[in-house]
Write a new protein. Structure first.
Length: 111
């Protein structure tokens, strides 16, 4: 007889105001959507001073899902021109690629 895998429902504490200041917004690109569908990873823009532990705890509390790993990358600011005439700057930010446990999912497009 085949044994069935049981997915444990883990509950986390309620999110705090600090959690919402750590996790800023999702990054929606073709690459991040492919990561989400194929590898169960979510890409988020996070506070510049946040570390991996803070990001993991905040994400678990906000979305009530189990996080298995967090990778962090800092996107540097870059200079740009618009139409060859106007100088500008694209602001830098910190992003986190958050790996979710098997059986967990996050719906970023809730209404």
């Amino acid at each position: 007889m085949a044994e069935e895998k049981k997915i444990e429902k883990v509950s986390f504490a309620k999110p705090t105001a600090h959690d919402y200041s750590v996790i800023i917004e999702p990054i929606i690109t073709e690459k991040s959507m492919a990561l989400m569908q194929n590898q169960n990873k979510v890409t988020m823009k996070v506070a510049k001073d946040a570390n991996k532990i803070e990001i993991k705890d905040a994400f678990q509390r906000i979305f009530q899902v189990k996080v298995t790993g967090v990778n962090v990358a800092t996107q540097r600011a870059k200079a740009t021109t618009r139409g060859g005439r106007y100088q500008g700057k694209i602001q830098g930010f910190k992003k986190a690629i958050i790996s979710l446990a098997e059986g967990n999912a996050v719906d970023l497009f809730k209404e």
